[in-house]
Design a protein around this ligand. Structure first.
Ligand SMILES: NC(=O)c1ccc[n+]([C@@H]2O[C@H](COP(=O)([O-])OP(=O)(O)OC[C@H]3O[C@@H](n4cnc5c(N)ncnc54)[C@H](O)[C@@H]3O)[C@@H](O)[C@H]2O)c1
Length: 351
């Protein structure tokens, strides 16, 4: 069955999705695009080959499709997603799921009651090199992983998009809005966290109401440590987005700017063909593919789940667990204590 998609919210992320939807042309067509500002909806419609009709109120667009891609500001995620689920649509909802636990639970309840798929758009989970890095860690190909570090360095000043600066509308700061991807990846790769710290700052990111720069340290039940540094204030960067997994027998590096997965260290033992003095080996060169977001792979997974009734890999349960980690990290930071992450229930899929 070819699905018809209703795209709700036509800002930056929707445009990023729209240009990659053509890769799924045999499975999906956009039936309607919606934005409060008609010129934004029109701009996205113009990007699409079939120029779908434009609406300013999503309620009027619901008859134009069976699946929804919800790309709204965070404070609107819950109400719109619940309306769409109640109208019988399957929903791929942009991250983070919602700004409060109550809203997240209400969304999950609506999906269950209406027997519809609700998937969270954590596109990093569908990046082929990130998936391979996780497999190498999980299968202990280079022995036990004892430290996973994730850097994200970018300059995000959205002067024309005020909701992004407001902690109430955004749901927090840089960690909640962007770091949620990487907390989710750490849980997915390393399992249950026990304790952690978040130390953050607004320094040099005065446009942010809450933090613009985050440093997160976590200890996991398997003994591995996780570290995440994320900033929206980088005026320059070499690392951009980089992941380093230090393991017993080598270090695995995902370099997002190069789109490559490297192995550093004891290479000859694992890659017999490697030159004698090789210290850095390109395990997979995805450079030709470019630094694209894996939104087409993400959408394909969503459609697979809609077609089969299977629960998505980036389920709302997993997403809520990651957000609960962030909320406890925020709370502990305010109270000047170490966050108790052991008390947060983790779905079986993370264990
Ligand atoms: N996965 C990623 O890599 C990634 C990257 C950026 C943003 N996002 C997520 O995408 C979502 C949207 O972010 P964005 O950067 O595109 O924001 P944005 O502000 O650029 O776009 C949001 C759009 O929603 C519209 N809108 C607001 N209220 C509306 C309503 N009631 N009905 C219809 N339209 C309405 C606005 O006019 C705007 O065009 C957020 O959840 C964000 O976290 C994800």
């Amino acid at each position: 069955m070819k699905h018809k998609l209703i795209l709700i919210g036509c800002g930056g992320m929707a445009q990023s999705h729209a240009v990659r939807l053509s890769a799924l042309g045999d499975r999906l067509e956009v039936g309607a695009v919606v934005d409060l500002l008609p010129e934004k909806a029109q701009a996205v419609s113009d990007l699409l080959e079939n120029h779908p009709p434009v609406f300013t109120d999503y309620h009027d667009a619901l008859e134009y499709g069976d699946v929804v891609l919800q790309c709204l500001p965070h404070h609107l995620h819950a109400s719109c997603t619940i309306d769409c689920l109640n109208a019988g649509k399957h929903v791929l909802a942009e991250k983070p799921l919602a700004n409060t636990k109550e809203e997240c639970l209400a969304m999950m309840e609506a999906a269950k009651r209406n027997n519809r798929i609700l998937m969270v758009a954590y596109c990093m989970r569908f990046h082929p090199l990130v998936r391979e890095m996780r497999r190498l860690i999980k299968e202990k190909v280079y022995g036990e992983c004892f430290q996973l570090s994730i850097w994200t360095e970018q300059l995000t000043i959205k002067e024309d998009i005020p909701w992004v600066h407001d902690r109430k509308l955004l749901g927090g700061g840089q960690l909640f809005s962007h770091g949620c991807h990487y907390i989710d990846l750490m849980l997915w790769m390393l399992g249950k966290p026990l304790r952690g710290t978040h130390v953050s700052s607004k320094k040099c990111t005065p446009w942010m109401d809450r933090e613009g720069t985050s440093n997160v340290c976590m200890e996991f039940a398997n003994g591995t440590l996780g570290y995440h540094f994320g900033t929206w204030g980088a005026r320059g960067t070499r690392l951009k987005y980089s992941f380093h997994a230090h393991c017993e027998k080598g270090m695995i590096e995902f370099s997002r700017p190069e789109n490559r997965l490297y192995l550093h260290g004891n290479i000859k033992e694992h890659i017999p063909d490697a030159p004698e003095d090789c210290k850095e080996y390109i395990l997979i060169d995805g450079a030709a593919a470019g630094p694209e977001k894996s939104t087409a792979e993400e959408m394909a997974h969503f459609l697979d789940c809609v077609d089969s009734g299977r629960q998505p890999e980036t389920s709302p349960e997993e997403s809520l667990a990651g957000l609960e980690v962030i909320w406890e990290l925020y709370q502990a930071e305010e109270e000047n204590r170490i966050a108790d992450l052991a008390k947060i229930p983790m779905p079986d899929s993370f264990n």
